[in-house]
Design a protein around this ligand. Sequence first.
Ligand SMILES: [Zn+2]
Length: 421
Amino acid sequence: MSSDCDGVRAVTPSMEGRRDARCEEDAEGEEAGERAAEKVLGRRDSTTVEYEEEEIEDDDAGLSCSSSESSSESSSSSESSSSSEGYGFGRESSEMLALMERLAVQRLGVSSSELREATIEPVLDSFDLKGVAEYIKSGRAKNVVVMTGAGISVSAGIPDFRSESGLYSRLGEYDLPYPQAIFELSYFREKPEPFYKLSSDLFPGKYAPTPTHHFVKLLHDRGVLRRCFTQNIDSLECATGLPVDKVVAAHGNFDAAHCLNGHEADRDVVEKACRVGKPMRCAKCGEYVKPDIVFFGENLPERFYDCAQEDFQHCDLLIVIGTSLVVHPFAGLIERPQEHVPRLLINLERAGEAPNSEITRLYRLAGLGRGTGFNFDEETNYRDALHLGKCDEAVFELCELLGWKSDLEALIANCSIKRNL
Ligand SMILES: [Zn+2]
């Protein structure tokens, strides 16, 4: 992580000059501070699919949670916290607060009392759909990044995983020893039938995109969509006509398949096998063939990292829809936009929040040059909009505010895959 002197962009003007003057000399101490901060924050730069162990019973509707084996890194880094929030805050809050305050005071060259007065100017006029609509209408959003989860496909009729009626509650149908086994390589190697049975239900073509999927397409049509990162494996984003290169399927999808030894399999043959739910073997080596869905403990596609690296440098608005943000590394993407970039969460419940808004504020004032979770706190929020509710209703409301509602309705009406409502 570099020491980014532009990290805090809107401290009060009188502080700006002093902060710049001190920037270089503070860099060394700052790096040490960052290391300490990371330690307390318990941040993980994981490369495989993970979730917080405490969240396993959560009613999140995301694709995956991983086995406890694969989250050993996260459990070791968060073991000092009893918090279930996933960032490692908790009983260290006061220690962290003191550390961040020291860093911010040093960085800005102000007294502690001045620091308490320091504010970060709001980026949005209001932290709701209206504020975001105004921001888009102002023309400042030209590289919108969208992050989506299972919540946007619920109204398509696709079974989610962790809700009350979700897949994980229907173990009997799949004869699984435990829910997550269906997405574990070791289990698949021995018993691929449950995954193939599930695939017969999930294979693309059966479901139609939802209004929320069409909203993402509309952003593209308006020329402002940088990329859509999705956790979903249903390929419904592209079913709207959105070009494949605009989507990053973070947890893979059924577009391609490989055997467990890595041989590529013919997509059409795989599709037939999936549709009838019958496990298929590799023509070359006889090993089972698996669609390119990311299983627990597997690496995410290279493209996820490549696009994340590139896209968030340009991102000028982040819209997160229908995900409870518990699966890493996907969930960590919300920390990637630059610190002045507005973010909007549309979800049934709050998600992805940094557990301590004052620490978040100080983190930014200290210019640590890296984002944190959402901060919806009235006093200290300057860029995070929240809309609690159903995804489809929210995007209609947003489109109404944008004057795009008829365009959204036209996309839905003209979609070649009709919804069965
Ligand atoms: Zn093979």
